[in-house]
Write a protein of this length. Structure first.
Length: 219
């Protein structure tokens, strides 16, 4: 087990307790004489680490991608188990896209949600900035932000469930996410007949909607 002593960037007396803690891959060792205010500061420090971890990994991977030859970075990922290659460079893509335009009021997941729309060519970078600011103003979760972009107006999970019907755009987003998950984890081609039949039964309402739309177009 490798013990890492974390030095706090802050120079105030209270934050000095963080420098006395020992962090490792299996836990945190805190001095027995730690006071309540110091314990709170440790929690704040952990919160900052958690909030910024994806950004840090993304910046680290982006640096390696730009600075070193591809075979060297691939060799590193082949030899260690800390980071998945595809995951790390997916974070790097988002870190690069928002290198100098990150919203500290939002999570990494908010930026990730918006970046998917930009990467797919469905919204512009200017639109992305607009939606990130709306996410701050309306305190949207990453899921709410995604649904709001799909519908073109502010949508919250509770609102979609209790106050109004979801838009077709929001429905399509959910279907696409389900399809991507199935394709990656459990392709339909590998299903047995019974599992396929159960899924088909659940999708019957969708089939009915398609039939009605086709009939309306044909009339």
């Amino acid at each position: 087990m490798q013990i890492v002593t974390i030095q706090s960037e802050s120079k105030n007396k209270q934050s000095a307790i963080v420098a006395k803690c020992q962090f490792s891959e299996i836990g945190l060792k805190i001095p027995e004489n730690t006071t309540y205010p110091e314990w709170c500061e440790i929690g704040n420090h952990l919160g900052r680490i958690k909030a910024g971890l994806d950004w840090c990994v993304g910046d680290w991977a982006a640096f390696g991608r730009k600075r070193f030859a591809k075979e060297h970075t691939e060799e590193y990922f082949d030899q260690q188990t800390w980071f998945d290659f595809n995951k790390a460079f997916k974070l790097a893509d988002i870190a690069d896209a928002y290198f100098d335009n990150r919203k500290s009021e939002l999570d990494f997941a908010h930026h990730e949600a918006v970046n998917k729309w930009v990467a797919n060519g469905k919204i512009t970078k200017k639109d992305a900035e607009y939606w990130l600011r709306r996410a701050i103003t309306h305190s949207l979760t990453p899921t709410d932000l995604n649904l709001s972009i799909a519908s073109g107006s502010i949508v919250r999970g509770a609102q979609a469930e209790n106050e109004s019907l979801p838009t077709i755009e929001a429905f399509v987003v959910l279907i696409e996410r389900w399809n991507q998950r199935v394709t990656k984890i459990d392709p339909i081609e590998n299903w047995d007949a019974e599992k396929a039949r159960r899924c088909l039964d659940k999708l019957q309402p969708v089939g009915e909607i398609i039939k009605r739309l086709v009939a309306r177009i044909s009339s």
